[in-house]
Design a protein around this ligand. Structure first.
Ligand code: MRU
Length: 357
């Protein structure tokens, strides 16, 4: 089944506001299946299992999660309401440590909770405010993606060959995406790009999700194995690399899907621009540098057995499955945000942008 990026809502509130409807990304591209999620455990599992994934999308989801959970606690007194919601928030935040958008959205909601509680507002009213805030977070993400797409497109030329890693499109965000935004917007404006998508081992977000989105959008798309980037670059097929991000440290070091830093090192070697695209909510001024970012470790079975009829390595072999790596800021040509294009030195340009907000 085809899904168009402009109609794709990986996360949305149900009509009665009691649950969240989530497009189950673990089933794509074969099946388009929606989950109906209402409890804290279901929310945790949806994030952990990657049914909901991509840093900005996890943030949008987390905003709705806090609102939906609050609406289930409105018969409690203020102290109990506050306690229950904070416990759930901590549980949700522990589901994935690297993407900062999760804690960014949860903390944004908890600030609102704190204001409501200290002003003595009733749980019903606070729950209403949390719902409004969740909608605002979602709307902001849609408009930020649009602006990122505009800024990113200004750096590309018609006919470019582009390389991307993982999935930073509508499934990972809202509508245009971040890393894929300039490509989708460019296509609408008559540009022809040829996009190479790294398959992105071990969970294949590039092959399953990026290819799905780009094919549906009518973009020329070729899936390649992760270890083919060097050859493509040497052959002159790549004019720019576009990737999303899960957390940008204050000095510009950037966490993104495992394998991203290797692509950046190759791009530097071949003199190809390496662009990181993301909203301001992915910049974490409390994290001074990349070494301070916690890297999520995932189940080794994702490597050993997930895509194979029988395990792909002998019994006794060990497996190591970090989900992200950090690209050093020195390898990044520009960081493209909703507020504009940031250039090195990033400690200065990021600081200036965050102070202007
Ligand atoms: O583990 P995932 O699929 O959530 O990882 C996603 C990525 O690494 C994306 O590139 C990143 O979240 C940016 S999405 C706009």
């Amino acid at each position: 089944m085809a899904l168009k990026y402009k109609d794709t809502d990986p996360v949305r509130l149900s009509d009665d506001g009691r649950t969240i409807i989530v497009l189950d990304q673990t089933k794509l591209p074969e099946e388009v299946v929606y989950l109906n999620i209402g409890t804290a455990d279901q929310m945790y599992d949806a994030i952990k299992s990657l049914a909901v994934r991509g840093a900005p999308c996890i943030g949008v989801f987390a905003g709705y999660c806090i609102a939906v959970l609050a609406s289930g606690y409105t018969d409690l007194d203020n102290a109990q309401f506050d306690k229950k919601l904070r416990e759930d928030a901590a549980w949700l935040e522990s589901s994935r440590p690297t993407a900062v958008n999760l804690s960014w959205a949860v903390q944004r909601q908890l600030k609102l909770l704190e204001c409501g509680i200290s002003a003595g507002i009733t749980p019903v009213k606070i729950a209403g405010r949390l719902l409004e805030e969740a909608r605002t977070i979602h709307e902001e993400d849609i408009s930020m993606c649009m602006r990122i797409a505009e800024h990113g497109l200004s750096l590309l030329n018609d006919g470019d060959g582009l390389l991307t890693h993982c999935n930073a499109g509508a499934l990972a965000t809202s509508r245009y995406g971040t890393g894929l935004g300039p490509i989708l917007l460019g296509r609408e404006r008559g540009y022809t790009f040829h996009v190479f998508s790294d398959e992105t081992r071990p969970l294949l977000q590039g092959a399953r999700l990026t290819a799905f989105e780009l094919v549906n959008a009518g973009v020329e798309e070729t899936v390649v194995c992760d270890n083919m980037a060097s050859l493509l670059m040497k052959q002159g097929k790549i004019q720019a690399v576009l990737v999303g991000c899960d957390r940008i440290a204050a000095n510009g070091d950037t966490a993104n899907k495992i394998g991203t830093s290797g692509v950046a090192i190759l791009a530097k070697y071949y003199g190809i621009p390496f662009y990181v695209l993301g909203p301001y909510s992915t910049i974490d001024m409390n994290t001074p540098k990349g070494d301070d970012i916690e890297i999520e470790l995932r189940d080794p079975e994702e490597i050993r057995s997930m895509w194979y009829k029988t395990p792909m390595a002998p019994a006794g072999a060990g497996f190591y499955n970090p989900a992200f790596d950090v690209t050093d800021h020195s390898l990044i040509t520009a960081i493209i945000t909703d507020k504009g294009i940031l250039r090195p030195p990033y400690d200065k340009s990021i600081g200036q942008m965050m102070r202007r907000r």
